[in-house]
Design a protein around this ligand. Structure first.
Ligand SMILES: [Zn+2]
Length: 399
């Protein structure tokens, strides 16, 4: 976290109290936008402003309808929790998974107002999925009585590499029915607001780094282990995307160069060892199982299910160690459905990671479970949407 002890006023007239006050107001609003919600004490710590200055500015911006305060408790003490007021507008976040779509609607403090999950047919076409997403966002906005123009921006996550400059799915064959889909253009035309599109694991990484288990760490590596395996890297608060959005695609790191053929056309990718269809396939003799069944079995003590989860943890640790030796992160956050197995997955992963990362005086990177759960990627889509609204100047912050 960046702690400043003094507000820099290089660009304002020396001695101008008005300009200094404006800079301080902008600093407070920016801190609340970044973190979603903070107590006044936390705001003082983050901005470097005195508690009295924070209190005065929060009072002033609350009266102006920019901020909202509510009583709360932190560490057993009473505190005023500060968020952005809804009057600034709403943002929507959509996460397309392999089998379902999650949509969240939030205010400008990233407080979720409404969230819905809708099943999707396997191998559905992109245009069908996008039409459903548009309908669901409109229905949800109507259900919270959002007025025309209240929706400021939309963030979208898809389980494939995305060229964020064009909002287009940039890898062929990884998401059937979506090759080359111009997601940003199509939904931008539907909503008439800025639309940001990114890989879902990147969005999960961004959400965990800003709001979840990775907050306060840098760099943050995020692994999303579900139907497939995705990854995201956040350096200095920013996503590392690479040329066309394929950076951090840990699912296609080679674990065994003579291993099984992967859907990407290569051999022995991590995904061919820990993808959900592979894990359930290991227990094929027991009839039709889902990944949820395997996780529930492991948590209930079933030896076969535990073995499957343990081996998956080891493979993830090997692949994560390769990534850690390049990125040297402070923390590896594990999300996606398989993370529901908790320590049964993370323990063997830690062991494999520690064995294979270069010894460091700082010790191996921490391995933590997601704190945002199944909604991490949708929350990341909300973060992208809010950043877009702020960058385009559509967020109604008059400071
Ligand atoms: Zn592959």
């Amino acid at each position: 976290m960046c702690i400043v002890t003094e507000v820099r006023t290089d660009r304002v007239t020396p001695g101008s109290q008005t300009s200094l006050r404006e800079a301080n107001r902008a600093r407070i609003v920016s801190a609340v936008q970044q973190r979603g919600s903070l107590t006044q004490v936390e705001l003082a710590g983050t901005t470097g402003l005195s508690p009295a200055t924070v209190s005065n500015i929060v009072k002033e911006l609350s009266a102006a309808g920019v901020l909202h305060t509510a009583p709360s408790t932190r560490s057993g003490r009473r505190a005023q929790l500060v968020t952005l007021a809804r009057s600034l507008g709403l943002v929507a976040g959509v996460h397309f998974g392999a089998r379902s779509m999650r949509v969240a609607l939030a205010d400008a403090s990233l407080r979720v107002i409404s969230e819905e999950r809708m099943p999707l047919a396997p191998d559905h076409r992109a245009d069908v999925g996008l039409r459903r997403a548009a309908m669901l966002v409109e229905e949800m906005a109507a259900s919270v009585e959002a007025g025309a123009g209240e929706l400021l921006a939309v963030g979208i996550g898809v389980p494939a590499p995305v060229d964020v400059r064009t909002g287009t799915v940039s890898s062929a064959g990884l998401l059937r029915g979506w090759d080359g889909a111009e997601v940003g253009t199509e939904l931008g035309a539907t909503f008439g607001v800025p639309v940001g599109v990114d890989n879902d694991a990147n969005l999960g990484a961004l959400a965990e780094a800003r709001l979840g288990a990775g907050a306060g760490y840098d760099p943050v590596v995020y692994l999303r282990v579900s139907h497939g395996v995705g990854g995201g890297i956040v350096l200095g608060g920013q996503l590392l995307r690479g040329r066309r959005g394929a950076a951090g695609e840990i699912g296609h790191v080679t674990i065994d160069e003579n291993g099984p053929v992967c859907r990407c056309g290569n051999r022995g990718c991590l995904e061919t060892f820990v993808g959900s269809h592979v894990l359930v396939g290991m227990l094929a003799g027991r009839g039709h199982l889902t990944l949820a069944d395997v996780i529930a079995g492991a948590l209930a003590g079933d030896a076969g299910c535990r073995r499957v989860v343990y081996d998956a943890g080891q493979h993830l640790g090997v692949a994560a160690a390769n990534l850690c030796n390049i990125v040297d992160p402070e923390v590896v956050v594990v999300g996606g459905q398989l993370a529901e197995a908790g320590e049964l997955l993370l323990d063997p992963m830690r062991t494999a990671l520690e064995q294979r990362t270069l010894p460091s005086a700082a010790g191996p990177p921490q391995v933590l479970a997601t704190s945002l759960g199944a909604w991490a990627e949708a929350r990341g889509a909300l973060v992208v949407a809010l950043d877009l609204a702020r960058d385009r100047g559509t967020l109604g912050v008059g400071v």
